[in-house]
Design a protein around this ligand. Structure first.
Ligand code: FES
Length: 126
């Protein structure tokens, strides 16, 4: 069985940006029907389209928690356009890699980010 990297363990034990944002500009809510894990990602975007804050709530495995934590760290301070380019691969690499059987957990983080950005665009245009 493949081991978790020290970065994964660090973000699992001490996840960054846990929680929600009051009056968020975008929310992404996703779930994996196979394992049943759920992830919610909240973003706060300023008038320059920079992500000022990102928070998450994840009911899931250690890798899902570590990837949620890392994705919030990666997108904070980035423009929405830059954040859109962040893939599950980016997140997994920033964590020093994930065991193959756990790569789908990082996909959940990518999907949550996509949904949060989609929601932000929708709210902006209404
Ligand atoms: S096992 Fe479900 S997201 Fe990791």
């Amino acid at each position: 069985m493949e081991e978790y990297s020290s970065k994964v363990m660090e973000h699992f034990r001490d996840p960054r940006n846990v929680g929600t944002i009051e009056n968020p500009d975008g929310v992404g809510h996703v779930g994996n029907p196979v394992c049943g894990d759920i992830m919610e990602l909240y973003i706060k975007v300023n008038e320059k389209e920079i992500i000022e804050d990102a928070r998450f709530k994840t009911f899931g495995c250690g890798a899902a928690i570590a990837t949620s934590s890392m994705v919030t760290e990666i997108i904070k301070g980035k423009s929405v356009k830059e954040a859109e380019k962040v893939s599950n691969q980016t997140v997994a690499e920033a964590l020093g890699g994930l065991p193959k059987v756990k790569m789908h957990c990082s996909v959940l983080a990518e999907e949550a980010l996509r949904k949060a950005i989609e929601d932000y665009r929708k709210r902006k245009n209404t």
